[in-house]
Design a protein around this ligand. Structure first.
Ligand code: GKR
Ligand code: MG
Length: 416
């Protein structure tokens, strides 16, 4: 049994390329931050994990790395409790502590799968589907990152999307390249009527294909109700139109469509008030902060009990995360909607060896190799780590970056 003990947790911050995607906070910077975990067991087995980056989360992972050494990789409940206890004093938010325990749990499950020669989906109870459906994640975007401080402009092959025609064109490209059958538009960027027009244009271009809109709480309760009425029969759900459980509950009172969230229900203690207020009808789960893959499966059972539908949230991410999202998506019976993924925006800079994860027909085939089924490309990892070091970037700042080009820009939530 001693060979299943953890010898070391290697924590590597990385930076990878990201296009100028717009949201209610501003615009994505040219680099996005992530952290790759390598959990090394005494017998040399390595489990992989991926977490969002930024100084605070990186420091917590380093703190957790000290706690896990010597513990058994199969003891994930005790591991999570030990990490949680170590962070409790400095990190009061259970949601924030969740990001750390989750990334390490994934690395443990990858290592367990490698030891047992079974895919992670088997460790979650077995897969109920062989492929997991994902939605095209559409963003308003600039044609390029403009030249800045002596750095030349950075272009991409997606083009500009600043109105209905650009969004429909982006959706066509997404469908052509990856075969997506459902679409989510990141809103909260332009006045609501313009975003309503973009959704109507998508409905016309892709009849019968599910559509969602997510303004990340850029609207008041009244505006949210207005948009919900306007898009009745067009959207499958409206995501985080207004702020907080209270705001969402007000909108839900007369919304003709389900409301979804990845913002007001992000920790276990939020579920009870959200259910009591009927604030949401769809929960976008995310294993990166709900405590890992097993806890996400448990969350799915809670949602089933309370009649909440399930979808999945994403942030800018790479392949280790996509593999984990796919395994858990395969093991959740009540996954009611296609999952979100930023992968098409970021996959060119992936840290895993290509070939296993492919978005085809809008789905990812569940890897069947041991563990997560993906292999780390060490040269890539080194390169992306160097980029992190050299960039000096240590946290995400969509608002600050936007202000470099529009100094008068203000982050206003709600804005409309
Ligand atoms: O990448 O700009 C973005 C998104 O807005 C992301 O940060 C959100 O976390 O995708 C997310 C969402 O659904 O709210
Ligand atoms: Mg969202």
């Amino acid at each position: 049994m001693s060979s299943t003990r953890i010898r070391e947790l290697i924590v590597t911050p990385i930076a990878f390329g990201d296009p100028p995607l717009l949201n209610s906070n501003g615009v994505h910077e040219p680099l996005a931050l992530r952290v790759v975990l390598q959990l090394v067991l005494e017998d040399g087995t390595v489990g992989l994990g991926e977490s969002p980056g930024g100084t605070a989360r990186l420091e917590r992972l380093h703190a957790a790395a000290k706690v896990v050494v010597g513990m058994d990789v199969f003891d994930t409940t005790a591991l999570a409790a030990a990490i949680d206890a170590a962070l409790l004093e400095t990190v009061p938010s259970s949601h924030e502590r969740g990001w750390t325990t989750s990334a390490i749990e994934v690395a443990c499950l990858d290592a367990q799968g490698k030891l047992l020669d079974r895919p992670v989906s088997d460790l979650l109870g077995g897969r109920v589907r062989d492929t997991v459906p994902f939605a095209a994640y559409l963003f308003y975007k600039w044609a390029e990152h403009p030249a800045l401080d002596g750095r030349p402009a950075i272009t991409d092959d997606w083009g500009e999307a600043l109105g209905p025609a650009g969004i429909v064109e982006q959706a066509r490209l997404m469908q052509e390249r990856y075969g997506f059958k459902s679409f989510k538009l990141k809103g909260g960027v332009f006045p609501p009527d313009e975003e309503i027009a973009a959704i109507r244009a998508l409905a016309e271009a892709f009849p019968g294909q599910p559509l969602r809109l997510d303004p990340n709480t850029a609207w008041t309760v009244e505006t949210s109700k207005y948009v919900a009425r306007e898009l009745d029969g067009v959207l499958e759900y409206l995501e985080d139109p207004a702020k907080g459980i209270e705001g969402m509950a007000e909108v839900a009172k007369d919304s003709p469509m389900p409301l979804a969230t990845n913002m007001c229900v992000i920790a276990w203690e939020h579920l009870k008030p959200a259910v009591e207020r009927n604030a949401i009808q769809v929960l976008l789960t995310d294993h990166h902060y709900w405590g890992g893959l097993r806890r996400t499966r448990e969350l799915a059972a809670v949602c089933e009990a309370f009649g909440l539908a399930l979808s999945m949230h994403s942030n800018s991410h790479l392949g280790i995360s996509l593999a984990a999202m796919t395994h858990v998506g395969a093991a959740i019976p009540n996954l009611d909607h296609s999952c979100d993924t930023h992968y098409p925006w970021n996959s060119a800079d992936d840290v895993i060896v290509p070939g296993v994860l492919e978005l085809r027909d809008g789905e990812v085939k569940v890897p069947t190799g041991p563990g997560l089924g993906v292999e780390l490309d060490h040269d890539r990892l080194d390169r992306l780590h160097r980029r992190y070091v050299e960039s000096g970037m240590r946290s995400r700042d969509d608002t600050g970056y936007m202000r470099r080009f529009q100094p008068e820009y203000e982050r206003l939530l709600p804005r409309w």
